[in-house]
Design a protein around this ligand. Structure first.
Ligand SMILES: [Zn+2]
Length: 138
C-alpha cells in the first residue's frame, strides 16, 4: 500500500473514523447541512440578491433529522439531542410557506410566464393577468 492510501486507511479506520451504519447516517446529516450553504450561496450569486431556495430548507430538514436520529439512537447525549430536537419545526414551516407562495403565482395566459402573486400585469410580456381582471371586478 502506498503512503497516500495509508493516510486514508489506517488501523482499519478510514480518515481516522471507525465506521458503522450510525456513523454513515451522522456524516450524511453533516453533508446535508454543509451542502445547503453552497445551494444558498449559488442561488444568491445567480440572482444578485439574498435568496433562500426551497432546496436549502429540504437539506436543512434532512440534515437535522439525520443528526437527531444519530443523537437519539447512537450518541444518546442530552446536549446533542436537544440541539436538533426542534430545528425541524421552522424548516417545515418555511417549506409550507414556500409551497403556498409558489402555488399563489399567476400564470400568464399569453406567454405562460409565472408571475408573483398579486401581479396585475405579466412582467415579461405586459399582458393583463386574468386574476387582475377578476380582482378589478370585485
Ligand atoms: Zn406574459
Amino acid at each position: 500500500m502506498d503512503a497516500f492510501a495509508n493516510i486514508l486507511w489506517h488501523h482499519d479506520k478510514f480518515l481516522g473514523i471507525t465506521w458503522n451504519a450510525w456513523k454513515i447516517i451522522g456524516w450524511l446529516g453533516n453533508a446535508a447541512f454543509f451542502s445547503r450553504f453552497f445551494v444558498q450561496w449559488y442561488a444568491t450569486e445567480k440572482l444578485k440578491r439574498v435568496v433562500v431556495p426551497a432546496t436549502f430548507w429540504w437539506l436543512s430538514l434532512a440534515g437535522s433529522l439525520l443528526l437527531l436520529s444519530y443523537a437519539l439512537f447512537y450518541q444518546r447525549d442530552s446536549v446533542f439531542i436537544f440541539a436538533y430536537a426542534f430545528t425541524w419545526l421552522p424548516y417545515i414551516r418555511n417549506l409550507v410557506i414556500h409551497h403556498r407562495h409558489a402555488a399563489a403565482h399567476l400564470e400568464c395566459p399569453q406567454c405562460g410566464n409565472s408571475c408573483p402573486p398579486q401581479s396585475n400585469f405579466c412582467f415579461d410580456c405586459g399582458n393583463k393577468l386574468a386574476d387582475a381582471v377578476e380582482r378589478a371586478r370585485v
